[in-house]
Design a protein around this ligand. Structure first.
Ligand code: SAH
Length: 414
Protein backbone atom coordinates (compact mmCIF):
# COMPACT_ATOMS: atom_id res chain seq x y z
CA UNK A 1 0.00 0.00 0.00
CA UNK A 2 1.22 3.47 -0.81
CA UNK A 3 0.76 6.14 1.82
CA UNK A 4 -1.67 8.87 1.03
CA UNK A 5 -1.58 12.34 2.46
CA UNK A 6 -4.49 14.70 3.01
CA UNK A 7 -3.48 17.19 0.36
CA UNK A 8 -1.58 16.95 -2.88
CA UNK A 9 0.28 20.05 -1.77
CA UNK A 10 2.22 17.82 0.55
CA UNK A 11 3.95 16.12 -2.33
CA UNK A 12 4.94 19.04 -4.48
CA UNK A 13 8.66 19.70 -4.48
CA UNK A 14 8.96 23.45 -4.33
CA UNK A 15 10.79 26.03 -6.39
CA UNK A 16 14.42 26.93 -5.94
CA UNK A 17 15.36 30.42 -4.88
CA UNK A 18 18.73 32.13 -4.78
CA UNK A 19 19.82 33.77 -1.55
CA UNK A 20 22.79 35.70 -0.25
CA UNK A 21 23.57 36.27 3.41
CA UNK A 22 25.70 38.50 5.66
CA UNK A 23 29.38 37.77 6.20
CA UNK A 24 28.72 36.61 9.75
CA UNK A 25 26.10 34.18 8.52
CA UNK A 26 28.52 32.97 5.84
CA UNK A 27 31.08 32.18 8.55
CA UNK A 28 28.44 30.31 10.53
CA UNK A 29 27.48 28.28 7.47
CA UNK A 30 31.12 27.33 6.90
CA UNK A 31 31.08 26.07 10.48
CA UNK A 32 28.04 24.03 9.52
CA UNK A 33 25.57 25.85 11.69
CA UNK A 34 22.13 24.79 10.40
CA UNK A 35 20.14 28.00 10.98
CA UNK A 36 20.01 31.24 8.98
CA UNK A 37 18.02 33.96 10.71
CA UNK A 38 15.81 36.47 8.88
CA UNK A 39 18.15 39.42 9.54
CA UNK A 40 21.03 37.58 7.89
CA UNK A 41 19.40 37.51 4.46
CA UNK A 42 20.86 40.25 2.22
CA UNK A 43 19.35 39.12 -1.07
CA UNK A 44 16.59 36.78 -2.18
CA UNK A 45 15.59 36.12 -5.77
CA UNK A 46 11.85 36.12 -5.01
CA UNK A 47 9.45 36.16 -2.10
CA UNK A 48 9.62 32.44 -1.42
CA UNK A 49 7.00 30.09 0.00
CA UNK A 50 7.35 27.66 2.90
CA UNK A 51 9.41 24.72 1.74
CA UNK A 52 11.06 26.39 -1.25
CA UNK A 53 14.67 25.30 -1.56
CA UNK A 54 16.91 28.27 -0.83
CA UNK A 55 20.30 28.02 -2.51
CA UNK A 56 22.79 30.20 -0.65
CA UNK A 57 25.70 31.70 -2.56
CA UNK A 58 28.79 33.33 -1.07
CA UNK A 59 30.19 36.73 -2.04
CA UNK A 60 32.02 35.09 -4.98
CA UNK A 61 28.77 33.60 -6.17
CA UNK A 62 29.92 30.14 -5.24
CA UNK A 63 27.56 27.58 -3.71
CA UNK A 64 27.56 27.62 0.10
CA UNK A 65 24.58 25.62 1.23
CA UNK A 66 20.99 24.83 0.52
CA UNK A 67 18.04 24.67 2.84
CA UNK A 68 14.33 24.95 3.49
CA UNK A 69 12.86 28.43 3.29
CA UNK A 70 10.32 29.42 5.91
CA UNK A 71 8.87 32.93 5.49
CA UNK A 72 7.03 32.70 8.83
CA UNK A 73 9.91 31.78 11.08
CA UNK A 74 12.81 33.88 12.35
CA UNK A 75 14.87 30.88 11.36
CA UNK A 76 14.37 31.77 7.72
CA UNK A 77 16.44 28.89 6.32
CA UNK A 78 17.08 25.45 7.81
CA UNK A 79 20.09 24.03 6.04
CA UNK A 80 19.89 20.58 4.52
CA UNK A 81 23.09 20.48 2.52
CA UNK A 82 26.44 22.15 3.10
CA UNK A 83 29.35 22.92 0.73
CA UNK A 84 28.35 20.83 -2.27
CA UNK A 85 25.21 20.85 -4.36
CA UNK A 86 22.82 17.92 -4.15
CA UNK A 87 19.52 16.94 -5.63
CA UNK A 88 17.06 17.02 -2.74
CA UNK A 89 14.82 14.14 -3.64
CA UNK A 90 13.31 11.14 -1.91
CA UNK A 91 16.60 9.24 -2.10
CA UNK A 92 18.39 12.15 -0.39
CA UNK A 93 15.97 11.95 2.54
CA UNK A 94 16.23 8.17 2.59
CA UNK A 95 20.02 8.51 2.97
CA UNK A 96 19.65 10.78 5.99
CA UNK A 97 17.07 8.57 7.68
CA UNK A 98 19.16 5.44 7.00
CA UNK A 99 22.22 7.10 8.54
CA UNK A 100 20.20 8.12 11.59
CA UNK A 101 18.86 4.58 11.97
CA UNK A 102 22.32 3.04 11.65
CA UNK A 103 23.41 5.02 14.70
CA UNK A 104 20.44 3.75 16.74
CA UNK A 105 20.25 0.18 15.52
CA UNK A 106 22.35 -1.04 18.47
CA UNK A 107 19.53 -0.08 20.81
CA UNK A 108 17.47 -3.06 19.66
CA UNK A 109 20.12 -5.40 21.11
CA UNK A 110 19.52 -3.58 24.41
CA UNK A 111 15.84 -4.49 24.30
CA UNK A 112 14.91 -0.96 23.33
CA UNK A 113 12.49 -0.27 20.50
CA UNK A 114 11.35 3.17 21.63
CA UNK A 115 13.82 5.85 20.66
CA UNK A 116 14.30 9.06 18.73
CA UNK A 117 15.03 7.93 15.20
CA UNK A 118 15.68 11.42 13.83
CA UNK A 119 16.74 14.31 16.05
CA UNK A 120 16.31 17.28 13.72
CA UNK A 121 19.35 19.45 13.16
CA UNK A 122 21.59 16.89 14.82
CA UNK A 123 20.76 14.31 12.18
CA UNK A 124 20.97 16.76 9.30
CA UNK A 125 17.19 17.28 9.08
CA UNK A 126 16.58 20.59 10.87
CA UNK A 127 13.06 21.02 12.20
CA UNK A 128 12.13 17.35 11.78
CA UNK A 129 11.86 14.80 14.57
CA UNK A 130 10.88 11.16 14.13
CA UNK A 131 10.21 9.11 17.26
CA UNK A 132 9.63 5.41 17.27
CA UNK A 133 7.48 3.52 19.76
CA UNK A 134 7.98 0.00 18.50
CA UNK A 135 5.45 -0.23 15.65
CA UNK A 136 4.13 3.31 16.05
CA UNK A 137 6.15 6.04 14.36
CA UNK A 138 5.59 9.72 15.06
CA UNK A 139 6.82 12.51 12.81
CA UNK A 140 6.96 15.91 14.47
CA UNK A 141 7.60 19.02 12.41
CA UNK A 142 8.63 22.41 13.79
CA UNK A 143 8.27 24.32 10.52
CA UNK A 144 5.62 24.39 7.80
CA UNK A 145 8.52 24.15 5.35
CA UNK A 146 8.50 20.41 5.97
CA UNK A 147 4.94 19.88 4.73
CA UNK A 148 5.84 19.67 1.02
CA UNK A 149 8.28 16.86 1.83
CA UNK A 150 6.00 14.73 3.99
CA UNK A 151 5.06 12.32 1.25
CA UNK A 152 8.69 11.57 0.52
CA UNK A 153 9.49 11.15 4.22
CA UNK A 154 6.46 8.90 4.64
CA UNK A 155 7.48 6.78 1.67
CA UNK A 156 11.04 6.49 3.01
CA UNK A 157 9.77 5.26 6.37
CA UNK A 158 7.23 2.98 4.70
CA UNK A 159 10.00 1.36 2.64
CA UNK A 160 12.45 1.05 5.52
CA UNK A 161 10.29 -0.09 8.43
CA UNK A 162 7.27 -2.27 8.91
CA UNK A 163 5.35 0.08 11.17
CA UNK A 164 1.72 -0.26 12.11
CA UNK A 165 0.91 3.44 12.30
CA UNK A 166 2.59 6.65 11.22
CA UNK A 167 1.31 9.79 12.94
CA UNK A 168 2.12 13.44 12.32
CA UNK A 169 2.45 15.91 15.20
CA UNK A 170 2.73 19.64 14.60
CA UNK A 171 4.57 21.97 16.93
CA UNK A 172 2.18 24.36 18.64
CA UNK A 173 3.32 27.45 16.75
CA UNK A 174 2.55 26.01 13.30
CA UNK A 175 -0.46 23.76 13.98
CA UNK A 176 -3.18 26.22 13.05
CA UNK A 177 -1.48 27.42 9.91
CA UNK A 178 -0.66 23.96 8.64
CA UNK A 179 -4.23 22.83 9.16
CA UNK A 180 -5.63 25.87 7.36
CA UNK A 181 -3.16 25.75 4.47
CA UNK A 182 -2.78 22.01 3.91
CA UNK A 183 -5.65 20.34 5.75
CA UNK A 184 -3.27 18.42 7.99
CA UNK A 185 -4.29 18.31 11.62
CA UNK A 186 -2.03 17.65 14.54
CA UNK A 187 -2.29 13.92 15.28
CA UNK A 188 -3.36 12.84 11.77
CA UNK A 189 -2.48 9.30 10.77
CA UNK A 190 -0.41 9.60 7.61
CA UNK A 191 -0.18 5.90 6.98
CA UNK A 192 -1.31 2.61 8.50
CA UNK A 193 -3.90 1.80 11.11
CA UNK A 194 -5.79 4.31 13.25
CA UNK A 195 -3.69 5.45 16.14
CA UNK A 196 -3.83 3.52 19.39
CA UNK A 197 -3.98 5.62 22.49
CA UNK A 198 -1.38 3.52 24.23
CA UNK A 199 1.51 2.50 22.08
CA UNK A 200 3.52 -0.10 23.96
CA UNK A 201 7.26 -0.27 23.50
CA UNK A 202 10.36 -1.50 25.29
CA UNK A 203 13.09 0.53 26.85
CA UNK A 204 16.00 -1.47 28.21
CA UNK A 205 13.61 -4.39 28.55
CA UNK A 206 10.94 -2.48 30.47
CA UNK A 207 7.53 -2.12 28.88
CA UNK A 208 6.15 1.42 28.73
CA UNK A 209 3.14 3.03 27.10
CA UNK A 210 3.19 6.25 25.15
CA UNK A 211 0.22 8.25 24.01
CA UNK A 212 1.51 9.73 20.76
CA UNK A 213 -1.43 12.12 20.39
CA UNK A 214 -2.06 13.54 23.86
CA UNK A 215 1.21 12.80 25.60
CA UNK A 216 4.05 15.23 26.26
CA UNK A 217 6.60 15.58 23.47
CA UNK A 218 5.52 12.72 21.17
CA UNK A 219 4.32 10.64 24.12
CA UNK A 220 7.38 9.87 26.22
CA UNK A 221 10.61 11.43 27.47
CA UNK A 222 12.87 9.25 25.40
CA UNK A 223 15.81 11.51 26.16
CA UNK A 224 16.13 10.34 29.77
CA UNK A 225 16.68 6.65 28.97
CA UNK A 226 20.34 6.55 29.96
CA UNK A 227 19.79 8.61 33.10
CA UNK A 228 17.02 6.25 34.14
CA UNK A 229 19.40 3.33 33.66
CA UNK A 230 21.90 5.10 35.94
CA UNK A 231 19.23 5.45 38.60
CA UNK A 232 18.56 1.71 38.40
CA UNK A 233 22.23 1.11 39.31
CA UNK A 234 21.95 3.35 42.37
CA UNK A 235 18.57 2.27 43.72
CA UNK A 236 19.03 -1.07 45.53
CA UNK A 237 17.45 -1.08 48.96
CA UNK A 238 16.64 2.62 48.82
CA UNK A 239 13.59 4.77 49.36
CA UNK A 240 13.24 6.84 46.20
CA UNK A 241 11.39 10.08 45.56
CA UNK A 242 10.75 10.82 41.89
CA UNK A 243 9.55 14.42 41.56
CA UNK A 244 8.10 15.54 38.21
CA UNK A 245 7.70 11.84 37.49
CA UNK A 246 5.43 12.09 34.43
CA UNK A 247 4.51 8.48 33.62
CA UNK A 248 7.03 7.00 35.99
CA UNK A 249 10.09 6.44 33.79
CA UNK A 250 12.65 6.87 36.56
CA UNK A 251 10.34 5.11 39.04
CA UNK A 252 10.23 1.86 37.07
CA UNK A 253 13.99 1.73 36.71
CA UNK A 254 14.44 2.42 40.42
CA UNK A 255 12.00 -0.39 41.20
CA UNK A 256 13.72 -2.83 38.86
CA UNK A 257 16.96 -1.83 40.59
CA UNK A 258 15.34 -3.16 43.79
CA UNK A 259 14.41 0.10 45.45
CA UNK A 260 12.46 -0.60 48.60
CA UNK A 261 9.84 2.05 47.94
CA UNK A 262 9.24 4.62 45.22
CA UNK A 263 7.09 7.74 45.39
CA UNK A 264 6.14 9.38 42.09
CA UNK A 265 4.98 12.99 42.33
CA UNK A 266 3.41 14.94 39.46
CA UNK A 267 0.78 17.62 39.00
CA UNK A 268 -0.86 15.66 36.24
CA UNK A 269 -3.14 12.84 37.46
CA UNK A 270 -3.28 11.29 33.97
CA UNK A 271 0.50 10.95 33.91
CA UNK A 272 0.37 9.15 37.25
CA UNK A 273 -2.39 6.82 36.02
CA UNK A 274 -0.09 5.98 33.17
CA UNK A 275 2.77 5.43 35.65
CA UNK A 276 0.64 2.90 37.51
CA UNK A 277 -0.17 1.09 34.26
CA UNK A 278 3.53 1.07 33.42
CA UNK A 279 4.18 -0.71 36.72
CA UNK A 280 1.41 -3.18 35.87
CA UNK A 281 2.94 -4.06 32.50
CA UNK A 282 6.13 -5.12 34.26
CA UNK A 283 4.91 -7.11 37.25
CA UNK A 284 6.82 -10.18 36.10
CA UNK A 285 10.02 -8.37 37.09
CA UNK A 286 10.76 -9.23 40.75
CA UNK A 287 11.96 -5.73 41.77
CA UNK A 288 8.88 -4.13 40.28
CA UNK A 289 6.52 -6.61 41.88
CA UNK A 290 8.16 -6.17 45.29
CA UNK A 291 8.45 -2.39 45.20
CA UNK A 292 5.95 -0.26 47.10
CA UNK A 293 4.98 2.35 44.54
CA UNK A 294 3.00 5.36 45.64
CA UNK A 295 1.73 8.09 43.33
CA UNK A 296 1.00 11.58 44.60
CA UNK A 297 -0.81 14.25 42.59
CA UNK A 298 0.74 17.45 43.87
CA UNK A 299 2.66 20.56 43.05
CA UNK A 300 6.31 19.61 43.39
CA UNK A 301 7.30 22.66 45.40
CA UNK A 302 4.43 22.32 47.86
CA UNK A 303 4.99 18.57 48.19
CA UNK A 304 8.68 19.00 48.97
CA UNK A 305 8.01 21.72 51.52
CA UNK A 306 5.35 19.66 53.26
CA UNK A 307 7.44 16.48 53.24
CA UNK A 308 10.34 18.38 54.79
CA UNK A 309 8.18 19.85 57.53
CA UNK A 310 6.87 16.33 58.24
CA UNK A 311 10.50 15.16 58.60
CA UNK A 312 10.07 12.77 55.68
CA UNK A 313 13.44 11.68 54.25
CA UNK A 314 14.47 9.65 51.22
CA UNK A 315 17.69 7.90 50.19
CA UNK A 316 17.47 9.00 46.57
CA UNK A 317 15.73 12.09 45.23
CA UNK A 318 15.15 12.69 41.51
CA UNK A 319 14.26 16.18 40.29
CA UNK A 320 13.48 16.32 36.57
CA UNK A 321 11.31 19.41 36.04
CA UNK A 322 9.92 20.79 32.78
CA UNK A 323 11.80 23.43 30.84
CA UNK A 324 12.04 26.67 32.81
CA UNK A 325 13.78 29.06 30.38
CA UNK A 326 12.01 29.53 27.04
CA UNK A 327 14.13 32.52 26.12
CA UNK A 328 17.17 34.56 27.14
CA UNK A 329 15.26 36.81 29.53
CA UNK A 330 14.08 33.86 31.62
CA UNK A 331 17.51 32.40 32.35
CA UNK A 332 18.04 34.06 35.73
CA UNK A 333 14.61 33.10 36.94
CA UNK A 334 15.11 29.55 35.69
CA UNK A 335 18.39 29.28 37.58
CA UNK A 336 16.78 30.57 40.72
CA UNK A 337 14.04 27.93 40.34
CA UNK A 338 16.61 25.15 39.82
CA UNK A 339 18.34 26.32 42.98
CA UNK A 340 15.09 26.41 44.89
CA UNK A 341 14.46 22.83 43.82
CA UNK A 342 17.93 21.76 44.92
CA UNK A 343 17.30 23.37 48.29
CA UNK A 344 13.88 21.70 48.66
CA UNK A 345 15.28 18.38 47.41
CA UNK A 346 18.05 18.44 50.01
CA UNK A 347 15.42 19.16 52.62
CA UNK A 348 14.08 15.63 52.13
CA UNK A 349 17.36 13.85 51.39
CA UNK A 350 18.95 11.71 54.09
CA UNK A 351 22.57 12.48 54.91
CA UNK A 352 24.65 10.45 52.47
CA UNK A 353 21.69 10.21 50.09
CA UNK A 354 21.84 10.60 46.33
CA UNK A 355 20.51 13.63 44.47
CA UNK A 356 19.69 13.33 40.78
CA UNK A 357 18.84 16.68 39.25
CA UNK A 358 18.23 17.34 35.57
CA UNK A 359 17.60 20.35 33.38
CA UNK A 360 16.20 20.39 29.85
CA UNK A 361 16.46 24.16 29.36
CA UNK A 362 18.89 24.64 26.47
CA UNK A 363 19.36 28.28 27.49
CA UNK A 364 20.90 27.20 30.77
CA UNK A 365 24.31 25.77 29.92
CA UNK A 366 25.63 22.66 31.61
CA UNK A 367 28.45 24.36 33.57
CA UNK A 368 26.12 27.11 34.80
CA UNK A 369 23.56 24.53 35.90
CA UNK A 370 26.07 22.35 37.73
CA UNK A 371 27.65 25.39 39.42
CA UNK A 372 24.22 26.53 40.57
CA UNK A 373 23.60 23.20 42.31
CA UNK A 374 27.04 23.29 43.93
CA UNK A 375 26.40 26.82 45.20
CA UNK A 376 23.20 25.73 46.97
CA UNK A 377 24.79 22.67 48.54
CA UNK A 378 27.61 24.82 49.87
CA UNK A 379 25.26 27.49 51.13
CA UNK A 380 23.35 24.83 53.05
CA UNK A 381 26.58 23.72 54.69
CA UNK A 382 26.43 20.27 53.14
CA UNK A 383 29.10 18.40 51.21
CA UNK A 384 28.73 17.17 47.66
CA UNK A 385 30.47 14.18 46.10
CA UNK A 386 29.73 13.99 42.42
CA UNK A 387 29.00 10.60 40.97
CA UNK A 388 28.45 11.67 37.39
CA UNK A 389 27.50 14.51 35.08
CA UNK A 390 25.62 13.30 32.07
CA UNK A 391 24.39 14.81 28.85
CA UNK A 392 22.80 13.37 25.78
CA UNK A 393 21.92 9.80 24.93
CA UNK A 394 22.92 8.07 21.72
CA UNK A 395 19.61 8.78 20.00
CA UNK A 396 19.81 12.48 20.92
CA UNK A 397 23.18 13.33 19.40
CA UNK A 398 24.35 16.95 19.51
CA UNK A 399 25.88 18.48 16.42
CA UNK A 400 25.42 22.19 17.02
CA UNK A 401 25.60 24.31 20.17
CA UNK A 402 21.85 24.97 20.47
CA UNK A 403 21.20 21.24 20.16
CA UNK A 404 22.57 20.59 23.66
CA UNK A 405 19.82 20.94 26.22
CA UNK A 406 19.87 18.01 28.60
CA UNK A 407 22.17 17.79 31.58
CA UNK A 408 21.91 15.78 34.74
CA UNK A 409 23.91 15.64 37.94
CA UNK A 410 24.24 12.51 40.07
CA UNK A 411 25.73 13.31 43.45
CA UNK A 412 25.99 11.95 46.96
CA UNK A 413 25.26 14.66 49.51
CA UNK A 414 26.58 14.38 53.07
N1 SAH B 1 10.94 12.72 34.59
C1 SAH B 1 9.99 12.46 33.53
C2 SAH B 1 9.76 13.67 32.67
C3 SAH B 1 9.34 14.91 33.41
S1 SAH B 1 8.52 16.07 32.43
C4 SAH B 1 10.42 11.28 32.71
O1 SAH B 1 11.52 10.75 32.91
O2 SAH B 1 9.65 10.84 31.87
C5 SAH B 1 7.95 17.21 33.57
C6 SAH B 1 6.76 16.75 34.37
O3 SAH B 1 6.57 17.72 35.38
C7 SAH B 1 5.44 16.66 33.66
O4 SAH B 1 4.90 15.38 33.85
C8 SAH B 1 4.52 17.71 34.31
O5 SAH B 1 3.20 17.27 34.49
C9 SAH B 1 5.19 17.87 35.63
N2 SAH B 1 5.04 19.18 36.29
C10 SAH B 1 5.13 20.41 35.76
N3 SAH B 1 5.04 21.36 36.72
C11 SAH B 1 4.87 20.70 37.90
C12 SAH B 1 4.74 21.10 39.25
N4 SAH B 1 4.73 22.38 39.59
N5 SAH B 1 4.62 20.15 40.18
C13 SAH B 1 4.61 18.84 39.87
N6 SAH B 1 4.75 18.40 38.60
C14 SAH B 1 4.87 19.31 37.64
Amino acid sequence: MKPTLPSDQTSQPKRNMAVRVTETAETMIRKRHPWIFDQSITFQSHAGAAGDLAVIFDSHRKFLALGLWDPDSVIRIRILQFSKQAEIDQEWFAGKIRAAYTLREVLHAQHTDGYRLVFGENDGLPGLVIDRYSAVFVIKIYSAAWVPYLLWITECLHNMFSYRTLVIRLSRNIAEKVEAAYGIRDGTVLDGEPVVERALFRENGLIFEADPIHGHKTGFYLDQRENRARVEQLAAGKSVLNVFSYNGGFSLYAARGKAKAVTSVDLNPLALESARRNFDYNLDIPGIKACQHETVVADAFQYLQKAASNQQKFDLVILDPPMFAQNQSQIDRALATYQKLTRLGLGVLKPGGVLVQASCSSRVSAPVFFDAIHAVVQRMGRKIYEIERSGHALDHPVNFPEGAYLKCLFARIE
